[in-house]
Ligand binder design. Structure first.
Ligand SMILES: [Zn+2]
Length: 68
């Protein structure tokens, strides 16, 4: 039996395929990743919090031009 969530739709991450709740509270890194998704990669809302966090960490390490 599959449970259906009443008020939040589960999303499937385009990077790792994990299902996640787009309305779930996010960490600082996930919020940074969300900003990057909107401003840089234009795929906001399609990545799970973990991938957003990982991306934000990578961006901070390798894409210094975004953090001048
Ligand atoms: Zn993911």
């Amino acid at each position: 039996m599959e449970k259906k969530l009443a008020d939040s739709e589960m999303q499937s991450c385009t990077l790792c395929g994990a299902t996640f709740d787009p309305d779930a509270p996010s960490s600082l890194f996930a919020e940074a990743g969300e900003w990057l998704a909107q401003e840089v990669w234009h795929d906001a809302g399609k990545l799970c919090p973990l991938c957003r966090e990982n991306r934000a960490r990578l961006a901070m390490m390798y894409c210094q031009e975004y953090y001048r």
